[in-house]
Design a protein around this ligand. Structure first.
Ligand SMILES: [Zn+2]
Length: 385
């Protein structure tokens, strides 16, 4: 029942009975029980029909996003229906923060919300790096960017420090889960999410579960090799997707052509929107590279939806024109005509929301609809330490 409600969203009891092949009486009993536990609610949609939704009305969850250049965390308080955010930019030499900083930030958010640690149901951590399975530590080749996480078993370490359940995953995996739960992938069985901003990551959701693969590398489309003789990548290969579409190579291409005319990917997109032909060209080409990588990935996993998040997704047709014009994508459309490539819907909040979804899942709960109060708050407080 939980699986069905998670993947299909709010559903009528008749639909739940069909989907789960349980009798109407059994479905009714389970719904009653979920409702008594505060895990589901029944809402009328018109005079005769009503739908069952997964809800949460107790406890609080903290979701933390650990990036190379910043940390962002949010506390979701289900009792008072409120969200508290904190954002910490890292200066040079402090890349990736540290486990101790995460512990401190969680404590600070709990205090700010007027709660105690006992009110916290769990903490989710999204790392801007793959997490190796089964060890649970940041993959060795990514530790260069997150030096203070070396040899840290992220979930176990923070769980012991905080005394609450902790789940840890790669940021793009969590974002994929959020987009599957509440965004572009809702209702799909096979969903590929690609986060393309300063760096490139991806996540695969199969049958409602993040697919991590044997070593945790599944969905790492950023390191799919497009050109064996291409530029050297920090992972040790040449010509990975990320060496063409990440922020740094895009800025380097522009600089070689025309001198420094933009200092960030966001600047490049703004300049292209303003009619700068070189900026428009590099974004078009980034789209083509994404298209090539998507076509290769699609042949392996046949997703019904590929959603593009991050700045390149938000650049819209500046990138999608290139993507749709790539030979590989046109070719793919003839063999997989129902594949839909679209813009992700949850924006920069996807990873934090994915942490929330992963923790709800871990707790055996769910949220069929993301409440308004749980969406981005503009009042992200800066943290002074
Ligand atoms: Zn690579």
């Amino acid at each position: 029942m939980l699986e069905a409600l998670r993947s299909d969203g709010p559903s009528s009891q008749a639909a739940l009975a069909r989907r789960t092949r349980l009798s109407a009486a059994t479905v009714n009993n389970i719904v009653k029980q979920l409702r008594a536990e505060g895990a589901a609610e029944i809402r009328p949609v018109n005079g005769r029909e009503s739908v069952v939704s997964l809800v949460s009305s107790r406890g609080a969850v903290v979701s933390v996003q650990v990036n190379v250049a910043s940390l962002h965390a949010a506390l979701f308080d289900f009792v008072h229906r409120a969200r508290y955010d904190v954002m910490i930019p890292f200066g040079a030499g402090h890349e990736g923060g540290s486990p101790a900083l995460v512990t401190e930030v969680v404590g600070s958010l709990v205090a700010e919300a007027g709660l105690g640690m006992a009110d916290l149901s769990g903490v989710a951590v999204g790392m801007q790096a793959p997490i190796a399975r089964p060890t649970g530590v940041v993959t060795s080749w990514a530790r260069l960017q997150l030096p203070r996480w070396k040899d840290v078993v992220v979930a176990d370490h923070l769980g012991a420090e905080l005394g609450v359940p902790v789940v840890a995953d790669n940021d793009a995996n969590l974002a994929a889960l959020a987009e599957w739960t509440w965004g572009a992938g809702q209702g799909t069985d096979t969903f590929l999410y690609v986060l393309s901003s300063e760096q490139v990551g991806g996540g695969l959701v199969l049958g409602g579960r993040i697919h991590r693969g044997g070593d945790g590398l599944a969905g790492e489309i950023g390191h799919a090799v497009l050109e064996p003789g291409g530029p050297v990548c920090f992972c040790g290969n040449r010509g990975c997707l990320t060496t063409f579409v990440a922020e740094r190579p895009i800025l380097a291409t522009l600089e070689a052509a025309a001198g420094a005319r933009a200092s960030s990917l966001a600047d490049v997109i703004a300049a292209a929107r303003g009619g700068d032909p070189a900026c428009a060209r590099v974004l078009f080409e980034a789209g083509r590279h994404l298209g090539r990588a998507f076509a290769n990935a699609a042949k392996l996993v046949a997703p019904s939806v590929i959603a593009v998040g991050g700045l390149l997704g938000e650049a819209g047709e500046l990138v999608f024109d290139g993507l749709n014009s790539s030979v590989e994508i046109s070719n793919l459309r003839t063999v997989a005509p129902t594949l839909s490539v679209q813009l992700a819907r949850l924006g920069a909040d996807a990873t934090l929301l994915g942490g929330l979804a992963a923790m709800m899942d871990h707790l055996g709960q769910g949220l069929s609809v993301l409440p308004e109060w749980a969406k981005t708050t503009s009042a992200a407080r800066s943290f002074s330490n």
